[in-house]
Design a protein around this ligand. Sequence first.
Ligand code: RIB
Length: 304
Amino acid sequence: MSVTVFGSINMDIVMRVDRLPKAGETVAASSLQHLPGGKGSNQAVASAHFGASTRMIGAVGSDEFGTAMRDFLAETGVDIAGVDRLAGPTGLAHVFVSDEGENQIVIVAGANGDVAAPAGWTAFGEGRAVALAQLEVPVAATAAFLAQARNGGAITILNTAPALTIPDAMLDDADLLILNETELAFFLGTAPPEGRVAAADAARRLLRRTDQWVVVTLGGAGIVAVAHGDEIAVAAPRVPVVDTTGAGDTFCGVLAAGLSEGLAMAAALRLACTAASLSVQRVGAAASMPVRAEVDAAMTVAIA
Ligand code: RIB
């Protein structure tokens, strides 16, 4: 099983607050931590923790955060040969997390803004190749990566976060699109759907190919996934929420790893939901991601 992640690498500056500030308001933080983040990097960590051979393609800057992020990914078991070291700063995210576990995030692109398209798709690892991308590095480079990976025979996944205007070809090149309700509304030009049935109906409108899946993440309500003539809903386990940062990334990385292992879509979606429910019970993005044994144990509890 092998997963290639193309995307962002950030250092997260995480501030814990009683409640998220409103516009124009100042609030005091009770703690400040530097934690590994970036949607691409987080998804690579989730995939590696799940046991997939995982490589990261992206860039860090020439600062201390760049060294720290490269070291962190390598120690996690992610292949970082495709992580360039560029002049200038590493990507940063300012993350506020409230007592309810909700967050607000502002990113500064840094080196992520200069990530270039890979020279071409190359095989990596064993088993079914999966290629996974998000939208925190330049759109043109991400579009090229997806097209190369699709032509190279990989299962392609695009997590459209954060929502941006992108060429239709990118939506076509993804075998799976993963979005939350807000991102789905952005792409359809509608209000966010309310509830699972409305989300499934809306997701069906985004389908562009008969062999494509659109997966909508619904936070504490789980996920719904639709394909031509197919629908799978997975309820999220009810768990105490400490920090939702990186829950979507955990879902994406574990889903990619599960599919690369050859699991059926329903089985991979259930594992990914369970992994995300474990991640929200801990602080941080990459720091909160479970290993395979924890996910398997939580699945056993859920079934018992
Ligand atoms: O999805 C969570 C991530 O979004 C954070 O780690 C932050 O770096 C931003 O990229």
